[in-house]
Design a binder for this molecule. Structure first.
Ligand code: MN
Ligand code: MN
Length: 468
């Protein structure tokens, strides 16, 4: 008879070990993770900008019985609603059966991702090549955007006020665009520069066209390439050059998300930050049915540039929604907020064994170890952080454990190595307890980000556990 030693029993009881999804979940659950990832990839490929994400999510919510809500509308328990904010941010709402003064449950992710925006006057011709000037959006590592296929997505408001949707580079047979880089044979000087010197903001120019407009058999010599670009865009979209002035055109990586690795447990693609949290929280509220608490699932824009503007989380709209729901239910909105809790659903940095020097492994999010909670983010001495109270971490921990959600607690990386923030502090400033939670990402903000299918699914399970 082989009995466990007292020290082994004691270690099991006393010592914390991070769980691993492969050990903790059954074969059936692992199959469910794989299937869930297939639907996620399809959605991700159709939702590369905040506007496209709002369009696809409104379609999904409508199909699941959610109807449009406007501030001031009457509401009652059991209502399933969505508020579409200017086509750029979105709120899904279930009105709960409990007294709303017991608080609402908020999940807040974002649907914008780092990218290259076209400048207001983007088009120019240089030595026979037509280019678009760009202004990068969010935390972009510029060198990563050269020599990859790029697509153009966005909208143009024409002088008559009509809106044209643009999407070039995604359909089979579509052309793509690119930013050039030097050949190694001629990169001696460039190779001596730092990354930020070698790749500049003004250098991120998109190759658009290399042939001039032909007037019959005659080549137009004076800015003929530029004229050719406008002639083609006019034919396809009915636009003139001045229409660029009232446009939001975004250059994003072209192509579809794919499985990574022989075992297919990873997904590579553009914009996991933060659409993996948007998708999982959307699926959670769609499947929640009638909820006890009133739930608000926010999908914000502008997180990558500081959450400013009418579609960012610094805008009062979330608070306006809470106030309107409270009033419609005859409740005091400040009491509602004081009892509410928010999951700030945004990705975490996954520990990368290829770059161990920037992480502190004990306190990092490990791939396949579940959804990552962050008590605090910020930089330096926890500067600019929403530091969640121990009580709230304890509540969330207990909730996840009781629902068998695999989760881990993580910091971004080594102290003083850098830092970052989320929308958490823009929610907690309104007297709402808020905690960060999200899927760990490898190569965050790169055109090709990588996440684990297991961690994606655990994020979904976490949001399901919360949407009650
Ligand atoms: Mn994010
Ligand atoms: Mn980000």
């Amino acid at each position: 008879m082989c009995e466990e030693k007292r020290s082994e029993l004691l270690a099991k009881e006393l010592i914390y070990k991070k769980k691993n999804v492969f050990e903790a979940k059954s074969a059936d659950e692992r199959a469910a993770m794989m299937a869930f990832a297939e639907d996620y990839k399809k959605w991700l490929d159709t939702s590369k900008t905040e506007r496209e994400a709002v369009d696809t999510m409104v379609e999904m919510l409508s199909a699941a019985g959610f109807r449009e809500y406007n501030l001031g509308d009457e509401v009652k328990a059991g209502d399933r609603l969505y508020l579409n904010n200017r086509g750029k941010s979105l709120f899904a709402i279930t009105v709960g059966t409990k007294n709303i003064e017991d608080g609402v449950r908020i999940t807040a992710s974002h649907i914008d991702s780092p990218r290259l925006d076209l400048k207001p006057c983007p088009l120019y011709e240089n030595e026979g090549v037509g280019y678009f000037k760009t202004h990068y959006y969010g935390g972009v590592r510029k060198y990563q955007w050269a020599t990859i296929p790029l697509a153009l997505h966005g909208v143009i408001t024409k002088a008559d006020g009509s809106l044209v949707k643009v999407n070039i580079g995604e359909d089979a047979g579509d052309p793509v665009f690119c930013i050039s880089d030097l050949l190694p044979h001629l990169a001696k000087d460039q190779a001596q520069k730092t990354l930020s010197q070698a790749f500049t903001g003004e250098g991120l120019n998109i190759m658009v066209c290399t042939s001039p407009y032909m007037d019959g058999d005659e080549v137009v010599k004076d800015e003929g390439v530029k004229l050719n670009v406008m002639a083609m865009l006019n034919e396809k979209y009915g636009i003139v050059e001045a229409d660029f002035l009232s446009a939001e055109l975004e250059i994003v990586p072209a192509g579809k998300s794919v499985d990574v690795g022989l075992d297919r447990w990873l997904i590579g693609g553009y914009g996991h930050d933060d659409r993996c949290c948007a998708y999982t929280s959307l699926k959670a509220i769609m499947g929640a049915g009638e909820t006890e608490y009133t739930n608000i699932v926010a999908f914000a824009d502008k997180e990558e540039t500081g959450s400013c503007g009418v579609s960012g989380m610094k805008c009062s709209l979330l608070i306006d929604i809470i106030e309107n729901l409270a009033k419609a239910m005859g409740a005091n909105p400040t009491v509602v907020r004081s009892k509410s809790i928010c999951l700030s659903a945004d990705v975490a940095a996954a520990y990368d064994p290829n770059y161990p020097e920037v992480y502190e492994k004990r306190n990092s999010a490990i791939l396949h170890s579940g959804v990552a909670l962050a008590k605090y983010t910020g930089s330096g001495g926890k500067g600019n952080t929403n530091d969640t109270s121990a009580e709230v971490v304890g509540f969330v921990r207990g909730m996840f454990d009781s629902e068998n959600v695999i989760w881990q607690l993580a910091e971004l990386g080594r102290v003083d190595q850098g830092g970052g923030g989320t929308v958490a502090m823009y929610v907690s400033q309104f007297n709402i307890d808020t905690i960060d939670i999200g899927v760990p990402v490898i190569s965050m903000h790169a055109p090709f980000e990588v996440i684990s299918k297991a961690d994606l699914y655990e994020a979904y399970e976490a949001f399901v556990a919360f949407c009650k």
